[in-house]
Design a protein around this ligand. Sequence first.
Ligand code: PLP
Length: 357
Amino acid sequence: MLNFTVGPVMSESGVLEFGAQSTPYFRTSEFSQLMLQSEALALKALEAPPHSRCVFLTTSGTGAMETLVMHVLNARDKVLVVNGGGFGERFAELCRLHGREMSEIRLSFGSSLREEDLEPFARQGYTALLVNMCETSSGVLYDMPLIARFCKRNGILLLVDAISSFIADELKMAEWGIAAVITGSQKALAVQPGIALVALAPEALQRVEENPDVSMYLSLKSALKNGERGQTPFTPAVTVLLQINWRLRSIDENGGVARERERICARAHAFRRGVTNLPFTLLAQSPSNAVTALKVKHGAEDITRILKDDYGIWVCPNGGEYADTVFRVGHIGYIVEADERALLDALYDMNAKGLLQ
Ligand SMILES: *Cc1c(COP(=O)(O)O)cnc(C)c1O
């Protein structure tokens, strides 16, 4: 199967080899050294400010979203959530679940965030803003410099879910004054699912220190404490951590994160050029490099099913009210030129057979 979803995605053989071996014991100085190296490489890739930290939690991306809401935010915060799709909605839900005072900046599906969407929320006493840098359900990449300026101007703590954007889109933690960034192992890091990364700048670290722990398993305090010596409080997804270390080193040694981003960006552009003669429209006004959401008149679910059953290609169906009209093609993971050609050939073949109408 060729996998053009937005995660889990295809991995290089160097990554896959770890999965074929027994899991090594991890309470060793060797594993600790490896984890400290991964932390340093992750912070470098994120362009994090000095004295930032990054911890590796054994949970999916949503676990990292939840621990931000639980442990970086507190009951005195007044939170803004950018809600332009399924993942913005998840942040809003988490805020409600954990009793955070919260307002949503609601955007129509596929729309970019503009200055005039933010302005009504200026000088209203908001203390934190949660945003999914790429709203993966629609493929929209929000204007991060705009959000960063708004937050700086209003003294608002900026917390960013870059689960699908990390590596795929430009991300400047220090320059944009981001207090916390989260990502996951199964998106552009392109290893198996199971680990979420939480990077914290000094202002977020201070909040974690001061806020009470409301979860033992997702405690950032204990992850940070154990992380000082390259360890984790509980048994982590050891194999995934080894894969992450291999990938971070490989990216660093091959031109850095900018180089890897260029490859993903080139793939996204080539795909979007490739489908211009097909009966699709691009959903997102400002698409992320990670994913392209395609709009059809109807039958999106059939398209994804036929691609899977007849062509051996996975793409992402959309859920809910867009199930019939939107599907998504990912550009992250280990995709080679022949794979890209196979996807376009399949789509053109389906079009010739009248299956895209
Ligand atoms: C994939 C994704 C998540 C959720 O990750 P899980 O690992 O499925 O919990 C959250 N936010 C964004 C933006 C994502 O793309």
